[in-house]
Structures are given as structure tokens and as C-alpha cells.
Write a protein that binds this ligand. Structure first.
Ligand SMILES: [Mg+2]
Length: 378
């Protein structure tokens, strides 16, 4: 419900930094390259209060010395509904979205234009190599199925399986075989769910094509970063997919090899990375861009979404590993549209109430509460 309040009725009175710790519902194992994700990471938030007592909060990772003193400034100088934060308030970008939406009495997605649906498909992004955990008594394939079951019980109806075991953790053939076993087991156990796979570029093109042939009947929903993206290799993959009637989406663009600083139109992604992605999309080789929510930036994502849409690609911003980012992404999806599915992270931050959001038939249903709809309890 709109409040009738205006942004220029308020001045920023206080900025408080705090640290929140996420708690995953279980220990999350390794992916193809890295160490286990564990039980959840910590992150910095900033809580903003105005002179009239309005508050807003969200993740804000910058160190204190990078955050300019904005106390006393009118909220309307720091943030506009149309563009987001002013240049000198970018360190408080997400908290300002929450605060402004709270002042206006609107969910963030309405402030963004409400161009997308208010229920968005969501997948669990937390299905790692749990077959290898615990390290002293690895559970095998059943460990991965158990993780899916736990997330199914939370309301998820789509699971993204990390694959690429043969690259490092179960070197060679046994690891590649385990990927197939895991994929087949999850497909069999959850016939009503979408199965996504993410190799974090750990396969060779030939190796991945071989995997694909062995799971051709598993009705994969998407294939993420199977190998380092290359037009010829992706075309070969597409050809084999057509041959075995695999209709999975191909999702690319999360990983970057270089950092752009200062940020450009796609934030910290270089123009080279972005041009390459668009070229692959134009050639019909990539369907989904996974550009990270934080690396691009929230306001920039609003601006680039029409460009993605014009290029015939949908987005699914990368959110792992901090739980609030899935909800910020859901608001973006409902606000500007063109988000095919949201990367969900089961669990939540200590002292944060996520209960305004609900799961229904595999969708995340957005609340009509103001701001991002996440409530800080303490
Ligand atoms: Mg990924």
C-alpha cells in the first residue's frame, strides 16, 4: 500500500554496518574446482534510518572507508525511482532500494515497474558434491539425493546438480561416471522436478558430449558452463543435443577471467566478455546469461535487461553464496521481467525473517510487503 510519503520528505539520519551469518540447512560440499561451501558465509549489511524514522537494509559489502558520509542528505538526492542511487551513494545501492521502497510503501518490484510475474520459478543452487561428504564416511550418490530431498521438502521443484567430478575430486573415468549416476538417480527420484547441471567449465568439450549422450533421456532443463565457452565447441554440443533430442537451455557467462575496474555498463565484466556472450547468443549457442547480480550491480541490471531481451536471451543472475541475493533477484525478476528462473539458496541469515516469501508448486511467490520483504529481527 503506497504511503503518500515522498523521498524528499526524508533525510538520511543514520547508517549502521552489521555482519550477518547465513545458516544452510546442511553442510554443502564441493564443486568441480573449489573447497566445500560449508554451512553458510558471512556478509556485511547496512541499515539506513531517516530523520522521520523510516528504515531500510540490505547487503552492502564495501568497507567503511569507501562509504562516504551521506548523513543529512535528502533521500531524493541520494536515490531516484527511475535510476536508483546517485553516483556517490552507490555503496549503499541495495539498502537504498529497500529504504526508498519502504518510504513509498511499495515492494521493490513495483518501484522497478512491475513488468514481470510476481511468482518466479526457482531452483536449488545448493546441490554440490554431497556424495563426497562427510569426508570420513562419504555417502555416495545417496548423499546427493538426500540433499535434493531436503530442498524438495522446503518447496523446491528444480535442482541444479554440480558436475565435473572427474576433473579433480574423483579423477578421471570414475568421476565422470559418478556425474552420470548422480544425474540419473536424481531424475529417477524426482520425476516431477527440473534437473539443471553445472560443470563450472570442468569438462572438455568431448567429455561433456559423452556425458550428454549418457543422460540424453534425463530431460535436462539446462546445461551451465559445461566447458570454457567457444563457438565451435558449443555448436558441436548443440548438434549432438539435436541428435539425441535434448532440449536443455545453455546457460553461460557467470565466470570471468578479467575484472573491469572502474565498472562499465555491465559492472565488473569486461566488454570482451560481454561481446563474446552476445556473439554466442546471436549464433544461437547460448540461451541464458548468468551474469552475477553483484558484479553487474542492481541498477545496471535494470538497464541491461532490455538489451538481453532484444538479443533473444533470458537472464538468471548468479546469486551463490549469500541467501538474500535470491530474494533481491526475485524482486528484479518481477520488476523488469526476462528472468527465466531464480537461483535459490536454501537457508537464511541469522536474525532475518524470510517468511513473507512462500513456495508454491516450485515457484517463489513474492510478498506485497514494502521493500525487499526481508525483515531484520534484531
Ligand atoms: Mg555456475
Amino acid at each position: 500500500m503506497a504511503t503518500g510519503e515522498q523521498l524528499d520528505d526524508h533525510r538520511l539520519a543514520k547508517v549502521e554496518a552489521r555482519t550477518i551469518r547465513d545458516r544452510f540447512p546442511r553442510f554443502v560440499g564441493r564443486n568441480a574446482n573449489g573447497a566445500p561451501s560449508g554451512r553458510g558465509a558471512s556478509y556485511k549489511i547496512r541499515v539506513l534510518t531517516t530523520d522521520r524514522g523510516a528504515t531500510g537494509w540490505a547487503m552492502s559489502w564495501w568497507p567503511d572507508e569507501k562509504v562516504p558520509d551521506l548523513v543529512g542528505r535528502k533521500l531524493s538526492d541520494l536515490f531516484t525511482v527511475e535510476h536508483g542511487p546517485a553516483d556517490d551513494a552507490i555503496t549503499l545501492e541495495l539498502p537504498l532500494y529497500d529504504l526508498a521502497a519502504n518510504v513509498l510503501g511499495l515492494p521493490v518490484y513495483e518501484m522497478l515497474g512491475a513488468q514481470g510475474p510476481t511468482r518466479v520459478p526457482i531452483y536449488s543452487g545448493a546441490i554440490y558434491f554431497d556424495d563426497l561428504e562427510p569426508e570420513d564416511a562419504p555417502r555416495g550418490v545417496a548423499g546427493v539425493v538426500a540433499s535434493c530431498r531436503q530442498d524438495y521438502d522446503l518447496g523446491y521443484r528444480a535442482f541444479k546438480l554440480k558436475i565435473g567430478r572427474g576433473h579433480k575430486w574423483i579423477p578421471g573415468e570414475p568421476g565422470w561416471r559418478r556425474d552420470v549416476e548422480v544425474t540419473r538417480a536424481v531424475r529417477e527420484e524426482f520425476p516431477d522436478c527440473r534437473v539443471l547441471v553445472d560443470a563450472n567449465d570442468a569438462y572438455t568439450p568431448d567429455g561433456f558430449i559423452d556425458y550428454m549422450r549418457q543422460v540424453a533421456d534425463c530431460d535436462l532443463y539446462w546445461i551451465e558452463e559445461p566447458f570454457t565457452e567457444d563457438a565451435d565447441d558449443l555448436r558441436r554440443l548443440r548438434d549432438v543435443m539435436a541428435e539425441v533430442d535434448c532440449r536443455a537451455l545453455i546457460a553461460e557467462g557467470e565466470g570471468r577471467t578479467a575484472n573491469r575496474d572502474p565498472a562499465g555498463p555491465y559492472g565488473g565484466y569486461t566488454q570482451e566478455h560481454i561481446d563474446h556472450l552476445y556473439a554466442l547468443a546471436e549464433a544461437g549457442l547460448v540461451d541464458v546469461f548468468l551474469l552475477d547480480l553483484g558484479i553487474v550491480g542492481y541498477s545496471r541490471y535494470r538497464k541491461i535487461m532490455p538489451q538481453l531481451h532484444a538479443a533473444g536471451v533470458v537472464a538468471s543472475p548468479h546469486t551463490w553464496v549469500w541467501t538474500p541475493r535470491s530474494y533481491y533477484t526475485a524482486q528484479l525478476a518481477a520488476g523488469v521481467g526476462n528472468v527465466v528462473i531464480v537461483e535459490g539458496i536454501p537457508g537464511g541469515g541469522e536474525g532475518v525473517d524470510y517468511s513473507a516469501y512462500a513456495f508454491d508448486d516450485g515457484d517463489l511467490v513474492l510478498p506485497s510487503t514494502p521493500g525487499f520483504g526481508l525483515r531484520l529481527e534484531v
